[in-house]
Design a protein. Structure first.
Length: 731
């Protein structure tokens, strides 16, 4: 049985601000009531008033072509930084071109420029200790650069060319598409990531550029012409703000920038980005089933305010008190007093140019899901009904004001913030003004904005996990909308002829002959198969040699123990679930990998389970015709299985399965997986291939050489017993 490759595992973090509670992953012991708590050590601390912060002098200039400059001299280190913000981003992406800006953001840099390839640029910049990076956001794109003072004249022309004339080469477009497809394939693996993703759709609408999701067919449909058109639409000097700071004199830098960007032409007309329509907040109760997680994840909220709303200072304090950190009501009431959640936090997260969101997040044991949800709603309502305490006000303000200093601890932070304010049309002293207003917020202000901005009766509530394990069904709270997170398969590139009675009969006949050739009696009596093999897995760092011991128990249990350079790893598929352990850590495997392991049951060891299914009349086989496989003539049989379909290639003389082709999950998403079987040998009457090779996209991904196999040798149930997860494994 083949080994599912570790490269398919990956993690992602929740994009909302959950860092404040992520370190507290293990729930406190559950308590029936909420006891009074003595002040904790950090609540007893007091701080002197912060010193006034002096921002660096920022020189604003505008070149004749409309390029706006922010220049700051900083001679502490002999280096110079560039950061360009270009109007556009996802708001400039046509609705039918989902994924365009993500593709552009990568290829703008990797595709090099018209005068230098991306690979050559990498080598050139690395040699002189410089860097250039690009990215995209909702309403803008960015290009950042860094160099030593002495290499400015070598880097600035190249940096300017990345903005004005990117190469956008086809080979890098293809590579970036592969990366994007890999993102799609694994987007449901991480519970935090999918919870945030689906929540944003509930808040803004699934077609909004703030929440739009691209699929395989979207990526396949993007072309170089699309990238060129996007660049032509957005990349003009009068739509760009360029900040430069570091070891230079302003007059000299102004001259160099004017020369580097002097040929950059204004756009024919200004780019207009319309704010997408967003439906008013409306209550909804939503569920995503994810069976491979140990927790229940709750994310709820609604649309909120913009950054320049007059109520924002008071909302900021209210947000801090409700869910901002260890002293917040949510953290104390939900986690510390009642032990209901591994983490609990909330905030109002405004945006500069559109309505932001109010959200509350919690992860809890399945057995306390409904209690946690009910308590969170209760806390949202409570802050609307009664004034907060003086102590809560003190902690909230001090928390904000003490963090405020860290917004000025580097020139980069100051300059980029000023650049952001200028881009969105905010006053450059917005941050200082906000701080002054926060200091003046009263308890009455907090109560007023809580009543005004929080809408507990209009919450979009999303719960993710395995509902059958929850203490109460989600429907306890209202009518539930179940969200389907199935990833749409790309359009089929293969057309299989329509089956006829003749082709079905011929297919069954060929498959039965292959089953008999494999050892019909041994195949019918097969209960378990234990194998020892040497496996070579292709990784980004080169081939990796492994030793594997696999126990396959019919019909669908697999335990593989792998000796790796990092230590022993165990992977188990049992009862439709899968987990792995290594180095004392235990993790459930994501759904994508579970599906791949289920497919491996039918294709492994020369497709033994498929042949057994033919003997038991449990698979459908259609004869397609003669075909070429590995330069040999074979009989092509199209087999329909519980996990999908595949082509089995049967040698007409020996009746052995020479190989197969099926859809599988590769590093770039769904792909055609070809498995090649050779050098069959009989063990207790059962013929299995001694050598197996798996190819993806025409390249070898994995190969294995069998050294021994035992038929019906028996096994210990202990190998399928999942070790107890440590607290850190549950994060």
């Amino acid at each position: 049985m083949k080994i599912p490759r570790l490269a398919m595992l990956w993690g992602a973090a929740l994009a909302l601000a959950l860092a404040a509670t992520a370190a507290f992953a293990q729930a406190a012991p559950a308590q029936s009531q909420a006891p009074k708590m003595a002040p904790r050590y950090f609540e007893k601390l007091s701080y002197p008033k912060l010193h006034e912060i002096k921002a660096p002098d920022i020189v604003q200039e505008t070149l004749p072509n409309g390029l706006r400059l922010l220049l700051v001299e900083d001679h502490d280190l002999p280096e110079i930084h560039f950061h360009a913000v270009v109007k556009g981003g996802r708001l400039a992406e046509p609705k039918h071109k989902a994924g365009l800006t993500e593709l552009f953001g990568e290829v703008q840099r990797t595709g090099g420029t018209k005068s230098m390839s991306g690979d050559a640029a990498d080598e050139y910049l690395e040699r002189i200790g410089a860097s250039i990076e690009t990215d995209v956001d909702e309403s803008y794109s960015t290009a950042s650069g860094k160099c030593l003072t002495e290499t400015l004249d070598k880097v600035l022309p190249l940096y300017a060319e990345f903005l004005m004339a990117p190469g956008l080469t086809q080979d890098k477009i293809d590579l970036a598409k592969t990366h994007m497809k890999g993102m799609i394939a694994r987007r449901n693996d991480d519970a935090f990531g999918l919870t945030y993703r689906e929540f944003v759709k509930l808040i803004y609408g699934k077609d909004s550029p703030y929440a739009r999701q691209f699929e395989y067919d979207d990526v396949d449909g993007l072309t170089r012409d699309d990238l060129v058109a996007y660049h032509a639409l957005c990349y003009h000097p009068d739509q760009t703000i360029l900040a430069v700071w570091g070891d230079f004199k302003v007059p000299e830098m102004r001259t160099k920038l004017a020369k580097a960007f002097g040929d950059w032409k204004k756009g024919e007309k200004p780019l207009t980005l319309e704010e997408p329509f967003v439906f008013p907040p409306a209550p909804s109760l939503n569920y995503v089933e994810k069976k491979d997680v140990e927790q229940a994840f709750i994310l709820m909220g609604h649309l909120s305010l913009k950054m320049d709303d007059p109520d924002y200072p008071a909302v900021l304090v209210m947000s801090e008190i409700l869910g901002g950190g260890m002293s917040s009501r949510l953290f104390v009431e939900v986690r510390e007093k009642r032990g209901l959640a591994y983490s609990a936090s909330g905030a109002v997260a405004p945006a500069y140019d559109h309505q932001g969101a109010f959200y509350v997040f919690a992860s809890t044991k399945p057995s306390t899901m409904s209690q946690t949800l009910a308590l969170i709603i209760e806390e949202i309502k409570r802050i609307q009904k009664e004034p907060v305490t003086d102590e809560e006000m003190r902690l909230a303000k001090e928390g904000y004001l003490n963090r405020y200093a860290f917004q000025f601890d580097s020139t980069a932070k100051v300059v980029e913030r000023m650049q952001t304010y200028l881009f969105y049309g905010y006053p450059l002293d917005f941050n200082q003004t906000l701080r002054d207003k926060v200091e003046k917020v009263t308890k009455e202000d907090v109560l007023r904005v809580a009543k005004k901005t929080l809408m507990p009766d209009a919450l979009a509530i999303l719960a993710v996990g395995k509902q059958s394990d929850w203490d109460k069904p989600l429907s306890t709270f209202g009518t539930v909308n179940t969200i389907d997170i199935t990833i749409p398969e790309p359009k089929a590139k293969e057309t299989v002829p329509e089956a006829t009675p003749e082709t079905l009969a011929k297919g069954k006949e060929i498959l039965m002959a292959a089953a008999k050739a494999a050892g019909e009696k041994a195949l019918r009596e097969l209960k378990d198969l234990t194998t020892e093999s040497a496996v070579t897995v292709t990784t980004p760092g080169g081939p990796m040699e492994l030793k594997a011991h696999t126990v396959f128990v019919l019909p669908d249990r697999i335990c593989t123990t792998v000796a790796t350079p990092m230590g022993e790893m165990v992977q188990v598929l049992d009862a439709g679930k899968a987990w792995m352990s290594m180095g004392g850590r235990v993790r459930d495997l994501p759904g994508t990998m579970v599906d791949e392991m289920k497919r491996a049951v039918w294709s492994g060891d020369g497709a033994l389970m498929t042949l057994r299914g033919a003997l038991e009349d449990k698979v459908k086989a259609q004869y397609i015709g003669k075909a070429k496989f590995q330069d040999k003539e074979v009989q092509d049989v199209y087999v329909t299985l519980p996990t999908g379909t595949m082509h089995l290639y049967i040698a007409p003389d020996t009746k052995e399965v020479a190989g197969l082709k099926r859809r599988g999950l590769g590093e770039s998403g769904p792909t055609d997986v070809v498995e090649v079987f050779s050098k069959y040998q009989a063990f207790s009457g059962l013929k299995v291939p001694m050598e197996t090779r798996e190819d993806e996209n025409g390249e070898t991904a994995e190969s294995a050489k069998l050294s021994d196999a035992k038929v019906n040798a028996g096994f210990s149930e202990d190998i399928f017993k999942k070790p107890e997860a440590k607290p850190e494994d549950k994060k």
